[in-house]
Design a protein around this ligand. Sequence first.
Ligand SMILES: [Zn+2]
Ligand SMILES: [Zn+2]
Length: 263
Amino acid sequence: MSTDNQHYEELQKRIEQTSHNWASRIEGTDIVIAKGSGGTFPLIPQLQLDINTERYHTFIHELLTLLELEQPSLAKEYSLLRQSLHESLLKEWFEASVATNFFYFEEYAKNLSIAKWLPFFIAEHATRPFLQKLVLDHKEELDLADHQHGCVACGEPARLAIISKKGKKELICPRCNYSWQEKKISCAHCGTEDHTKIEILKLEGQENEQIHICDSCKGYTKVIDVRKMIKKESPQLLDHKSIHLDYIAQERGYGIPTKAVTH
Ligand SMILES: [Zn+2]
Ligand SMILES: [Zn+2]
């Protein structure tokens, strides 16, 4: 692993710790459903949500402070972003982030002449603890949904699964932490359970990692066996640590739909 990769992984770990800290600070009144009763999935993008924008703002500032320390070469860009983010924009940011509105954030970056990825990256990370809180509060309702085709909570396409301590295949969403069980031989994207269509790729020397590829829809899922792992890793960290599996799958022509298709 190169130094750059190590640095990147370290940074991800710090962001992860910060995010964990945020999740523990979120209170019930920080996110409330203003409109929408659920029943259709993915659930969260269809709700009108009121959040504690002051808390959201604090998360954004804390993340920028962390990045300023870790990546001083980008300090000017972080500072421009910090100054631009007025109180009145926070609700808009949150809503655009929930809807993964890349266009909104790219335009925002363009107006400030800063890196294209930056505003979305910041907004998305600060949004996740709110989504995670909603998932915790609505788990029972979410468990009743048809779980094919991606995360029924936030709409993120499925890409990561674990083989749990009980030996079950459990899809996990690195965005909102919602998880659901699935048959071992089944495609998380198109739902096929046809054994002739699904192939399990195993990597030499990496017994805990697999890629499930589907020849029906050309989709793939990374599957990590966590049974022998001593330390419990978060979905976000598992997702980052297994990025090499994404490269392998994509090199072979498999992909992940950009938006989950729900019925
Ligand atoms: Zn999700
Ligand atoms: Zn498929």
